[in-house]
Design a protein around this ligand. Structure first.
Ligand code: 2HA
Ligand code: ZN
Length: 269
């Protein structure tokens, strides 16, 4: 079944590891969170003789994804179950040659009812943007990082510039690894095309996007790389909340300190 078993095994293992971390952090309550990885060329979108197949039409075509294969976590599945037994709670799909739908391949042991994540619209739209950009990033990760959701409830942080100034000020790593800061997408219905479109627009400038009153989505070259980005932003948010909870306004890094970091670690921002 696997053209490239090392890469295939690594992707599945990393998705499982990251799913377990999301659960441990409390960022994936119940069936929250979802992960997709472009596995084109790893051979794992190819059906085994025993695999079950199901055809799934899309509400709109994804022309740039024609013929590509993805590992996608299942809708309604718990991240802690993905961690324990990834191939029973995730599925592979291969996009049709016209991008208008896909074939699901259910690995042995997967329930025949397994279907892709409810956030498939956002994931596929982001993968399409990544293809258009021609980057090495091939993973999209969504989680309910509690401290980041909490931030989006603060009136002051509805403004992206104010939000990013705070996040950079709390922690040097945020300046180094997220030089362009995070994007903020106003509240939109979970799983909707409106959420997907707004997320793709925000992803043109940012590797991490907060979904107001819902969660966070990040891209990465690997599942761990996407998680790292969320983790860094969440660390900044936690420091801010810790200071606020202790009753003092955090000083934050100075403009000069931030400028020094940017000069020492030039990035995409
Ligand atoms: O997968 O997190 O946004 C469940 C969700 C939907
Ligand atoms: Zn969610």
């Amino acid at each position: 079944m696997h053209d490239n078993p090392d890469a295939a095994g690594r992707t599945v293992r990393e998705v499982a590891e990251v799913a377990g971390i999301l659960w441990d952090r409390g960022w994936a309550e119940s069936n929250a969170g979802n992960i997709t990885a472009d596995v084109t060329g790893e051979g794992i979108g190819t059906p085994a003789a025993s695999a079950k197949e199901r055809v799934l039409p899309f509400p709109r075509p994804y022309g740039m994804l024609a013929g590509r294969s993805y590992l996608v976590t299942g809708t309604g599945r718990r991240m802690r179950d993905v961690a324990r037994d990834p191939l029973a709670h995730a599925t592979f799909l291969r996009i049709d040659d016209d991008g208008a739908g896909c074939v699901l391949f259910l690995p042995d042991g997967a329930a025949p009812t397994l279907a892709p994540t409810s956030e498939l619209a956002s994931h596929l739209a982001i993968h399409e943007a990544l293809r258009a950009r021609g980057t090495s990033e091939r993973v999209v990760l969504h989680a309910h990082a509690t401290e980041l959701v909490a931030l989006t409830h603060h009136a002051a942080f509805q403004d992206e510039a104010t939000l990013n100034a705070m996040l950079w000020g709390m922690h040097p790593e945020a300046v180094i690894f997220l030089p362009a800061g995070v994007g903020l997408v106003p509240y939109a219905l979970t799983g909707s095309e409106r959420l997907a479109t707004a997320t793709v627009a925000a992803m043109q400038l940012h590797d991490v996007v907060l979904w107001e009153k819902h969660g966070v989505v990040a891209i990465g070259a690997t599942p761990h790389a996407a998680l790292d980005r969320i983790d860094i932003v969440a660390k900044s948010a936690r420091i801010w909340f810790l200071c606020a909870g202790a009753g003092f306004e955090p000083a934050g890094l100075s403009q000069a300190q931030i400028a020094e970091l940017r000069a020492a670690f030039p990035g995409r921002g």
